[in-house]
Ligand binder design. Structure first.
Ligand code: GUN
Length: 296
């Protein structure tokens, strides 16, 4: 039987509607959640992502704004912009779009953001809280979105063997920490594989749940999966395809057709994890505003 598709677009829409309700509930207090997105330079993919984030925040009733800075911006100038946002009571969430130009130390920038406005969850304080199992920090949006997809598709993580493929700070590492947490969406037995893993297929074949976040197109194929596995594809790769109008198409880190023939459930690309990242960013921004307003 072909795999059931986990519809990230529909699940993200449900979360965005919940967030919009939360935003409306803050209105009588005179609080409008404010999200400031900082974009340095004109990386084409980042420009598209940032526009989508601003649009989604406005659609949820938030005050979304984007601060666009030239690629030549110096690190001190960028830090000064962050200081201004940190001090602005109308800004509850700050996101600096990655990657930053090479001349800027991304970790220094992330560390400058107030942890209680760090809706990306990248600040060492929030990363540390996640690592030690404290639940009052902000969790990075993409892995948080994966957990929501698992929960809302009725996928049991407790006691499950989960293989996370990829060890990035944005996805793989926080993903592992989230799946290890106690409670719903956690309690999994987690293996993290990466570019130096000796026999990737052997690990993946043992997994009840596979989270693919490697950044290599269609690297996980159906023959690597255990029949009945749940497959979450975090990858977004543009590959050449002369058969399409644009000459390219988007694929994930999973070879969809072969995986869908073996898996029980699978996320498509696009329309799986992608829409969840923005939904979780909005959820984090609402949480930041609720906390600032003393409502949570
Ligand atoms: N670049 C790619 N993904 C992300 C993300 O989740 N947050 C930020 N700030 N930059 C990114």
């Amino acid at each position: 039987m072909p795999a059931e598709r986990i519809d990230g677009t529909a699940i993200a829409a449900a979360i965005r509607a919940e967030v919009a309700q939360g935003v409306a509930a803050l209105a009588p207090r005179g609080v409008v959640p404010g999200l400031a997105v900082v974009l340095v330079g004109e990386d084409p993919a980042s420009t598209v992502y940032v526009r989508a984030k601003e649009k989604a925040s406005v659609e949820a009733g938030m005050a979304g704004r984007t601060i666009r800075l030239p690629a030549t911006t110096s690190q001190p100038d960028l830090l000064a912009v962050i200081d201004g946002l940190n001090a602005d009571p109308a800004v509850h969430g700050i996101l600096v779009q990655m990657p930053l130009p090479n001349a800027i130390n991304a970790q220094a920038v992330i560390a400058r953001i107030r942890p209680d406005k760090d809706v990306d969850g990248f600040h060492p304080v929030n990363a540390g809280k996640l690592f030690i199992g404290e639940t009052d920090g902000f969790v990075p949006c993409t892995p948080a979105g994966v957990v929501e997809l698992l929960k809302r598709s009725g996928t049991e993580t407790r006691g499950a063997d989960v293989v996370v493929v990829g060890r990035s700070t944005i996805v793989g590492r926080p993903m592992a920490a989230l799946l290890l947490r106690q409670g719903e969406g956690g309690d999994a037995t987690v293996t993290v594989c990466h570019s130096r893993t000796r026999d990737l297929a052997a690990h993946v074949r043992r997994a009840d749940i596979v989270v693919a976040a490697i950044g290599r197109p269609e690297a996980i194929t159906g023959d690597m999966l255990k029949p009945g596995a749940v497959v979450i594809d975090v990858g977004i790769n543009r590959i050449a395809d002369p058969g399409t109008r644009t000459g390219t198409r988007l694929v994930g880190d999973v070879h969809f057709a072969s995986a869908a023939a073996v898996a029980a459930k699978i996320t498509p690309v696009p329309g799986g994890v992608g829409p969840m990242t923005i939904a979780m960013l909005l959820a984090n921004t609402l949480k930041a505003a609720e906390r600032a307003a003393g409502a949570a």
